[in-house]
Design a protein around this ligand. Structure first.
Ligand code: ADP
Length: 445
């Protein structure tokens, strides 16, 4: 096992990783930008090192600064968390060249799964159904027009390097196809430095269901069942739960088995999430795989009882997975609500500022993953997510009750947060009946 690692991230996930390190007797080195220098989790780290100014490109995305910090502190490995450099193949490669273990997949597997067009090819080789669509990337031209007409509208144009819902366009007719392809390309070029786009059939009112998997370097892989992340606003998840409330045993087995086949086909190592869309007839289609730990991993931890960050650390250090699929059982229901510093009454616009009053919830079945506290200044520079509230109960009905109670207790003032919006979702009769799909928020709020 490692004795010392560096965490190339900030906020709640940095703290989450520090905690896992300490339980495994690993020293944790935190990095921080000038904007985060007051963060109390830095005190919990064994060492903390400044890597630059607030601007991400000069700190958390600055590969040279992070590698220097790793060399100065003499760490054996780097955990990238999620976002920032987590799926940056150049960073993973440089870590390897510097003799530092990247706590994530091999560069080749990350490259293949990170490119969505390539990932679709891998899924097909693994005999997993993808959303019908183009074989490779598409251009604005007669071929795209023919494909859209053959499949039938609506179709969706997506960026091959995509993430965070960027570079996506839903198209309803021939007239708008051209401009959609060109604007998706332009957006993808700016966001990812790669303007390649592809086309998929737009699945009407699907659920987003994803499978957590973990593979070791000896070729052994297991899954940790699925999460339902259908509650999304502009393709961004807001509320997640595990298990998916409407899956029957047979579909669950097929879904999780498909995810494992993709992971094996891509020679993947470490934690990954394989994402699918589930249509009204419970047919599922692969959409993409995320080669990192995800924001919503705690719901899986609660229902399976396994610490996914610890498993990541063990696998990266070369230890084999001792878990077999039979040891991984689903127990109860977990729900996560993302608390973002955003104003739900003002189109969810960011709401940074200093928190002068902060009282987190607690009690039976409640977990809060956060780095904020009274006096903390929410910076406008970073992602607006400031906390995750996770509840675990025997049944979904009890989990909803506990979540409402927990969110009702949560005081964060004076900034606006998504707590009232989450409470409205939890009280909506369609959410309670779990008759939801990815368009639920747009239609009902
Ligand atoms: P990103 O990597 O940008 O998050 P994804 O491929 O994971 O993109 O898709 C994000 C969300 O967009 C999905 O959860 C779903 O709500 C919607 N989506 C993506 N592809 C389709 C599709 N073919 N049909 C319907 N909705 C889609």
């Amino acid at each position: 096992m490692f004795s010392k690692i560096l965490i190339a991230n900030r906020g709640e996930i940095a703290l989450r990783i520090i905690r896992a390190c300490h339980e495994l007797n690993i020293e944790a080195v935190a990095v921080y930008s000038e904007a985060d220098k007051e963060a109390p989790y830095l005190q919990l780290a064994d060492e903390a090192i400044c890597i630059g100014p607030a601007d991400c490109s000069k700190s958390y995305l600055n590969i040279a600064s992070i590698i220097s910090a790793a060399e100065i502190t003499d760490v054996e490995a780097i955990h990238p968390g999620y976002g920032f450099l987590a799926e940056n193949t150049e960073f993973a490669q440089i870590c390897g060249e510097c003799g530092i273990t990247f706590i994530g997949p091999p560069v080749e597997a990350m490259k293949n799964l990170g490119d969505k067009v390539m990932a679709r090819k891998i899924a097909k080789q693994a005999k997993v159904r993808c959303v019908p669509g183009s074989v490779g990337t598409i251009e604005d031209g007669p071929e795209a027009l023919k494909l859209a007409n053959d499949m039938g509208y609506p179709v969706i144009i997506k960026a091959s390097a995509g993430g965070g819902g960027r570079g996506m366009r839903i198209v309803h007719n021939d007239i708008s196809l051209r401009s959609a392809i060109n604007s998706a390309r332009a957006e993808a070029e700016v966001a990812f430095g790669n303007g390649d786009v592809y086309m998929e059939k737009f699945i009407v009112e699907p659920r987003h269901v994803e499978v957590q998997v973990m593979a070791d370097s000896k070729g052994h892989a297991v899954h940790f069942y699925e999460r339902d992340c259908s509650i999304q606003r502009r393709h961004q998840k807001m509320v997640e739960e595990s298990p998916c409330p409407i899956l029957d045993k047979k579909t669950r087995e097929e879904l999780c088995g498909s995810a494992l086949r993709i992971i094996k086909e891509s020679k993947y190592v470490n934690a990954a999430t394989v994402e699918f869309l589930l249509d009204k007839d419970k047919n599922f289609y692969f959409i993409e795989a995320n080669a990192r730990i995800q924001v919503e991993h705690p719901v899986t931890e609660m229902v399976t009882g396994h610490d996914l960050i610890k498993l990541q650390l063990q696998i990266a250090s070369g230890m084999p997975l001792t878990l077999t699929q039979k040891n991984i059982k689903l127990n109860g229901v977990a729900i996560e609500c993302r608390v973002n510093a955003e104003d739900p009454d003002n189109n969810f616009s960011p709401c940074p500022g200093r928190i002068t009053r902060y009282i987190p919830p607690g009690g039976f079945g409640v977990r809060v993953d956060t780095h904020v506290h009274q006096g903390w200044n929410v910076s406008p520079t970073y992602d607006s997510m400031i906390a995750k509230v996770i509840v675990h109960q025997k049944t979904r009905t009890e989990a909803i009750t506990t979540m409402k109670r927990a969110l009702g207790e949560f005081i964060i003032e004076p900034i606006k947060t998504t707590i009232p919006a989450c409470l409205e979702i939890l009280s909506h009769n369609l959410f309670v009946k779990s008759e939801v799909d990815t368009g639920f928020i747009e239609r009902n709020f």
